[in-house]
Every structure is written in C-alpha cells, then in structure tokens.
Design a protein around this ligand. Structure first.
Ligand SMILES: [Zn+2]
Length: 284
C-alpha cells in the first residue's frame, strides 16, 4: 500500500474513486444551483471535522468487527468439522455393520460345530455299524471340519475389519473433539474481540451524539447526506490548498473562490463535492 491516507483508517481506500486519482470531474455548477448556499459559523464547520473523525473511527470499528481473523478461521474449522463428523458417522456405521456380520458368522460356525458334535456322538455310540454308513458319517465329519475352518476364517476376517473401523472411529472421534475444542476457543476469542470493539464503538457513538448535537441541523443533514454518498467522508479539511477528501490540490481559480467566500459560507470541493472546511492551515 502507498502513502497512508490521513483521513482514512489504514487499509482503507477512498471508496468513491471511480476514476484515477488526480483526474478532475467536470465542473458541475448545476449541483450548486440545486442545493441552496448554506451558511454556518466557522466554529460549527470545524466541528464537522471532529464529527468526521468519530464517524471514520466508527467505520473502522465496523470494518474490524466484520473482518476479525476469527471469522475466517471459524469458517474453515467448521467445514473441517463437518467433514470429520461425516467420516466419523461412516466409521461408526461400519463398526455396527461388522458387529452384526460377526454375530451372524459366529452363529454359522456354531451350527456347523453342533452338527459335527452330533455326528461324532453317533460315531462314538457304536450304533452305526454298516461300513457304508460309517464311511458316510466320517466323510461328513471331515467335510464339516473343513466348513468350520473356512467359516472361522471368515469370522477372523470380519473381526479384523471391525478392529480397523473401530480404530478409525476412535481417531476420528479424537480429531472431532480436538476441532470442537479449537472451535470453542476461537468462538471465545471472537466474542471477546467483538465485545471490545462494541464497547469502543459505544463510547465513540456517545461522543458522536454529543458533537452532532452542537452542529446546526441543516449543516449536519448535508454532512450526513454527503457522507452516505461519498464512502463515509462528508467533510474534509482544506489543508495546504489540498482537499483532504479527494487529495486534489485546488487550482488557482478555485482557491480564489474559496478566498472570496465569506467565512460563514459552507464551501464544497469542486472535485469531490464534499464540504471543504477552512482552517488556519488551509494555505489561503
Ligand atoms: Zn475533494
């Protein structure tokens, strides 16, 4: 950023600068014919500069409040939280699914094991005597053993998947907890910073009200109207022949007009149309 603008808070540019700095608007005498010449005591005009300082400060505070770094940090954090919570839900769902899968697979193993036990009891009972039946029974016991073996492998595989999902769910829960803690801290920091800004703004607003009450009504109305139209600056000091509102130096014709104007007439900058306040430093 270039040289600081004395009327503006740091980081602010004059808002109403549609054209390059240093170029002039055409003279708009029609403006003057529309608004009747306003008169105000020089002291009242100078009070506008105090008012402008307070209004500028209020604008700065609004800007700072709206742009606290915590706002951006919280936004980023909340989007991370959403993402991690979604992943956590998915991991917990998988834990539940694999638990059910495991129960089912264990029931299958039990069924095969019980049938094998029954076969073994029949074999041991000595009641089966035909060689053909004995062979068939032994063959079934062997087949059930292979079946049980493969079902137990399935159970182990499910348990492994379940452990992986549970581990992932624990990691995600811990990540979510960490993010939530950071969120709480960030929110507290944001609220504290906002409260501080609000308190200062409240003090400035009270000062502003006091100063505004001492400014004649019509002058105040013009100032407020111009402030709304011109990026928050309605009155500017004429300093060393330069308008501190638009930073342009008045030309010789304009200087002569300002010089000729009675001290109680409210002068406007030909370029930016703001109220131009004359002080001993105006270079007139
Ligand atoms: Zn100007």
């Amino acid at each position: 950023m270039g040289a600081a603008h004395p009327c503006l808070p740091p980081g602010h540019r004059p808002v109403d600068h549609p054209r390059a700095v240093g170029t002039r608007r055409p003279r708009r005498s029609d403006d003057d014919s529309r608004s009747p010449q306003l008169n105000a005591a020089p002291a009242d005009q100078i009070r506008l500069l105090d008012l402008q300082k307070l209004d500028t400060r209020l604008n700065q505070l609004d800007h700072r409040r709206a742009n606290l770094p915590e706002h951006a940090e919280l936004k980023k954090l909340n989007s991370q939280l959403d993402q991690q919570r979604d992943l956590l839900v998915a991991a917990e769902t998988e834990v539940g699914d694999t638990e059910r899968e495991q129960t089912k697979a264990e029931q299958d193993v039990d069924q095969v094991r019980r049938r094998s036990e029954r076969d073994q009891q029949r074999l041991d009972s000595g009641m089966v005597t035909s060689p053909k039946d004995l062979e068939s029974l032994q063959s079934e016991i062997a087949s059930l053993a292979r079946r049980q073996d493969s079902l137990e492998t399935v159970v182990l595989e499910i348990m492994e998947r379940q452990e992986t999902a549970a581990e992932r769910a624990r990691e995600l829960a811990s990540a979510v907890e960490g993010l939530e803690k950071t969120g709480t801290e960030l929110t507290a920091r944001r609220d504290a910073a906002t409260a501080e800004i609000d308190a200062e703004a409240e003090r400035v607003r009270r000062d502003r009200e006091t100063v505004a009450r001492s400014v004649p009504e019509q002058l105040l109305a013009l100032y407020d109207k111009l402030r709304a139209q011109h990026g928050g600056i309605g009155a500017a000091k004429l300093y060393q022949k330069q308008c501190e509102g638009c930073r342009l130096e008045l030309n010789i014709t304009e200087i002569n007009e300002v010089r000729a104007a009675p001290s109680d007439s409210v002068v406007r900058c030909e370029n930016c149309r703001r109220i131009l306040v004359r002080t001993p430093e105006s270079g007139l």
